[in-house]
Write a protein of this length. Structure first.
Length: 161
């Protein structure tokens, strides 16, 4: 034990909602809303699969985060399935850290056929409480492995799922 006060049940619920909301908003193609889940000076560090599965590119500030999210929301569809959330109190007051795992399915096309590129992602997060609630101060994504496979069919989706 570190001697730091733990997170309250309410804070755990709010932080869990934040990480699930991130996944849902990506899947709903809402790049600007995803960016608003970060603090004004928030940072997203992303990998560059398949060239690098490690976090290699830093996007600082909401505008930069919205811009990088635009590439993901440009896909025909995606599905992010959260598989684990571990939260701890941060070193400073009103901060917390998290380890979030998920499978991210990204629909692409190969020879006009639907293709699923699946990332096994681990996010290492730093959260900060703001007047607007908990926000990501820093989110670092690592892809542990990826897979790609053809899929049979895709349901046409509206922009809000």
């Amino acid at each position: 034990m570190s001697g730091r006060p733990g997170l309250s049940a309410d804070d755990r619920l709010l932080l869990t909602d934040l990480v699930h909301r991130y996944a849902a908003l990506v899947d709903e193609r809402e790049a600007a809303e995803v960016a608003r889940l970060f603090t004004e000076d928030g940072v997203l560090v992303s990998p560059d699969p398949p060239r690098s599965l490690d976090p290699v590119t830093e996007h600082a500030g909401r505008a930069a985060i919205e811009q990088v999210m635009a590439a993901v929301v440009a896909l025909e569809t995606s599905v992010h399935a959260i598989t684990g959330v571990v939260l701890d109190a941060g070193e400073e007051p009103d901060t917390a850290t998290g380890r979030v795992t998920c499978f991210a399915h990204h629909l692409t096309r190969r020879d006009d056929a639907p293709y699923d590129v699946v990332w096994a992602v681990c996010y290492r997060d730093v959260y900060r409480r703001t007047p607007d609630g908990w926000r990501f101060a820093r989110r670092v994504a690592t892809v542990d492995f990826l897979d790609a496979r053809p899929i049979r069919s895709v349901r046409a989706r509206s922009p809000r799922g």
